[in-house]
Design a protein around this ligand. Structure first.
Ligand SMILES: Cc1cc2nc3c(=O)[nH]c(=O)nc-3n(C[C@H](O)[C@H](O)[C@H](O)COP(=O)(O)OP(=O)(O)OC[C@H]3O[C@@H](n4cnc5c(N)ncnc54)[C@H](O)[C@@H]3O)c2cc1C
Ligand code: FES
Length: 279
């Protein structure tokens, strides 16, 4: 069992957990993820490693369905059954020169560990983060510290630039030399934002989020097509060349179980008191 050392709600529906995982933390690198299981009957879900501190790893997640809602119902001192990792290929961290790291929504959670690693490798790092509105923005202060500069965007203009990270990236690429870009967020956001670097041929990495089950390359559920080839996001990724991803296939495969997901969340709510206790 693995103890949640600290749990906090950091934005509307978004939670930050520090979990004691001595087998994961010392080896974790930017771009990697864990697969967790809350209890013996629970499904396995992948979550990105957002930060590491000693023997603890931080996950930041949005409660969107049954398992993430059940996780959000836990708190400091509770325990989860399994945490496997670190999984996936680490980000290609080297001295690129000038880098931009871009996060949309809960995808911002992946940036702190990446921005720090890029800085440590000698890069100048511009962070660009975006959310629908101010109440959904996360980790702003931490990223201001981790990056050389940070631009904040909101879709509704409630804080920062009124618009999308893609608008800021387009401007940056037009005005300055940018050597490498990371974009992490919802698939549609990654697809659209990465168009800004396509023409200039700037190396652009995206962290793909297909449905994963085992996280070890055995089940095939995380199959994606990149550059016309089949790849498994859990072992070949999750980061890939943004300009080669078959985005339409990814988005279709993300939505193959809507009925089951809806029923599963309804069942969880039916069997759970409002205080979070199981009936
Ligand atoms: C490598 C990777 C890293 C991720 N990191 C984060 C993160 O740091 N923070 C965060 O909030 N979310 C992250 N996700 C997404 C997260 O795994 C899903 O939100 C979660 O699995 C939803 O489970 P659920 O039961 O709560 O929701 P459900 O109602 O079951 O599903 C809601 C939606 O989540 C997606 N999903 C469902 N099950 C899985 C699964 N087993 N694997 C992947 N996606 C699934 C599907 O698109 C689905 O339509 C990551 C996904 C991947 C692949
Ligand atoms: S999650 Fe099973 S092959 Fe990737």
């Amino acid at each position: 069992m693995y103890k949640i050392q600290h749990a906090d709600k950091i934005a509307e529906n978004i939670y930050e957990f520090w979990i004691n995982a001595p087998h994961v933390a010392p080896n974790a690198q930017a771009g990697q993820f864990v697969v967790i299981r809350i209890d013996g009957k629970g499904e396995r879900i992948p979550l990105t490693i957002s930060a590491v501190d000693g023997e603890n790893v931080r996950i930041v997640f949005m409660a969107v369905g049954k398992t993430t809602t059940q996780l959000a119902d836990l708190g400091t001192g509770d325990q989860i059954q399994d945490i496997a990792g670190p999984l996936g290929v680490p980000s290609e961290v080297k001295d690129w020169g000038r880098c931009a790291v871009i996060g949309g929504g809960v995808g911002i959670a992946c940036l702190p560990i990446l921005a720090r690693a890029l800085k440590d490798a000698g890069n100048t790092v511009t962070g660009i983060i975006g959310a629908r509105n101010e109440s959904l923005l996360i980790l702003e202060d931490e990223l201001r510290d981790a990056c050389d500069e940070l631009v904040v965007c909101t879709d509704d203009g409630s804080t920062g630039f009124h618009g999308f990270p893609a608008d800021i990236l387009k401007k940056l690429v037009a005005e300055e030399v940018v050597d490498a870009v990371w974009i992490i967020g919802p698939a549609i956001m990654m697809k659209i934002t990465s168009m800004a670097t396509r023409e200039a041929g700037i190396p652009t990495f995206v962290s793909l989020n297909p449905i994963m089950v085992d996280g070890t390359g055995m089940c095939g559920s995380c199959r994606v097509t990149v550059g016309g080839e089949t790849r498994f996001a859990c072992v070949d990724g999750p980061e890939f060349d943004a300009h080669l991803v078959d985005w339409d296939e990814l988005m279709t495969r993300q939505r193959i179980y809507p009925e089951q997901e809806k029923k599963s969340l309804e069942r969880y709510h039916e069997h759970t008191c409002r205080c979070g206790e199981r009936k």
